[in-house]
Write a protein that binds this ligand. Sequence first.
Ligand code: C2E
Ligand code: MG
Ligand code: MG
Length: 733
Amino acid sequence: MEKDTTSKPEGQDTTPAAALGAKRGRWAFMHSSAAAASPQVWRSRISWRIALTVFATLLFVQGAVLLFTIRHYESERLDSLRALANAGIAGALNHDAGKAAPIGAGEAEHLLSNTEIIGISVFGEDAKPLQQFGEKPALAPAGKADIAAAVRSADGMNYEVMFTPHDHGVPYYIVARVDSSAVERQISEQIRKTVTILLLMSGFVTAVMMLALGQWLLEPIMLLRTNLLNAAKNPEKPEIFRMKRETRDEIGIAIRIANDLIRQNANNLKRLRSQAEDKIHKLAYFDALTGLPNRTYFLEKLDDHIRHKVVEEDRRIAVMSVDLDHFKDINDTMGHEFGDKLLEAIGRRLVKALPEDSVISRASADEFTLMVVLKPEYPDSSILVDRIFHAMTEPVSILQERFQVRVSIGVAHCPDDGMEARQILKNADIALNRAKEEGRDTVRYYSQDFDLAVQQRFQLLRDLRSALDENQLQLHFHPQFDLRTGQLIGAEALLRWWLPDNSREGGYFVSPAEFIPVAEQSGLIVPIGQWVLKTACAANKKWQEQGIAPFRIAVNISGVQFHKADIVTLVADVLKDTKLDPKYLELEVTESVFMENMQTTIDILNQLHRQGVELAVDDFGTGYSSLSYLRQFPIDRLKIDQSFIRNALVNPDDRMITKTIISLGHSLGLKVIAEGVETNDHENFLKEEGCDEVQGFKYTKPLNMDKFVEFVVNHNREFAKKTKFAVVDEKKA
Ligand code: C2E
Ligand code: MG
Ligand code: MG
């Protein structure tokens, strides 16, 4: 509906002037003034119907009255003509004249010229015509009937009356023709006057009645109709009008009730709508678990901040992505209820740690995004980052468990790292990924080099897809020794990717640390892992067949392979195909793999163990070491992470950890192997602590197949020489 800006709803001033100014009458009646309502009355159909009915009824009644009065008037006029004729004839009758001429010619002439009589016929009692003067009347006596008659001509111009012998006491019938044209004129004059008066009266009565109806009936009904229409068109904010003079009659009460209902309905609708809006807003913008805003809200708010704080006020915004380290593992081992509670607790801590006007949202399962407008009190985001780390130092207590939470943080700034909300958030995420890749529990600030790194990663993934088909993958082998005797007891198979390029060398090795995560994320690790296992087992079998003293080959199994592919069947198939004795195969699995789906993991490990293969925990000491779980797993070996060995001689903590792992392993009946042994000092320290086995650059770097075989043969030869034990290869390779 076209909104009438000049019309004033209830409660506001509704002056007639305003009403007249309202859109040319269409909505004018909405104003509670009779002046404005009256023109509307004439437009209403019902008004016209009533008016016409009243008018027609009045006309009909008055018409009937008129008809009666005119007839009466006419007969009066004719009667007087008759009397006139009667008198004239009576005066002209000559009682003494002969029977043939009762009216003298002179008297007749006198009558014709001085009265309205224009013709006279005289008949005898036998109806025989006796005399005739002037115009001849059409009326004549019929036989002997003594009747008086009168007749008017069709045009009403003359009137003929017949006098019988009885009328004048003479034996004649006398017919007089009288000029009645005057009567005719008088009658039409009379009719004209009366009709005019009647019309005026009817019109006046109708108009008065219409005004009264308009005021008391139509105007209120129109107002009610308008209010109802307005309510139908805009139920939440209807324009409601009130009568200027409110009446206490039936219609006045009806209007008040209707207005109350419309208002009530509007209020209800408004309330319902605002409730629904609140709910939709909550669903659309807030996370149900933590009650924090979600990513959508965050992006909108960031947009807003960029426009107002950065562009207008020239401020800087820090955007941070915070991710709980190993949340998935926590969720899987401790249960979802625990995970939920943990997220809530972290959300609360973040809110507490950051300035009040920060926006803290939960962006995805275990990722929080934060934005803080930097101020003189905290001009640098590193202060905020410290606060976050500090907030996480105290372990979280949930369901009677105390839990140490670690987070990784990625930071990007606006305007430094972009002026577009999504871009800045993406950059913070890139920085976060960096932080996670680089050891977690740390922070990284976005730098443009990261973008390049991301692109390189995509390129890497494209290249990796073809690497398998194009035989660019190969295995290198890193020998393992018995620390006490120095005997070669195994080798770890390490994947190498030779990526050809246009350089002088014809290509370069891509580090597994670089491409294994990409392979894991893309799922390519599954076929690659199959290839590694098959190749490693086949190589080991071949060496044994070549007569080299048998040793076990250790193959790294990634978490993705362990949980997403059927590792049990794969191992069984490979062992069957290569005919390698299972005891010469060891699978290295990292700690985090153990933490995921504990029960399934135990089942899988048991099945593998039953096949006869050995199991080692790789990089031991770096994960979420809840050491108590170790007992439940059917494992044979702990492999101390090289970082501890590297630092054992300079850092007392690492020294302590190494010692503890060794004694813990032994107390559980496990072998302990140390990797990253680079120096004599490392070796001596491990010997002192009673470590069983070693692997490291001190002995050799990982070697390609040919060099490795050469190394093994030499080593075994030397070993045989050094010891009296003959661990001699049966045949020369
Ligand atoms: P990892 O299983 O802990 O392997 C040991 C890594 O430490 C190897 O690096 C090895 O060359 C290196 N290393 C051993 N001793 C020393 C030492 O004394 N000094 C130094 N500086 N380094 C030493 P590499 O070959 O780069 O492998 C890195 C990681 O890549 C491996 O860590 C493993 O997690 C992964 N990886 C390698 N091959 C495979 C594979 O076939 N499958 C899977 N799933 N992961 C693999
Ligand atoms: Mg390993
Ligand atoms: Mg390792």
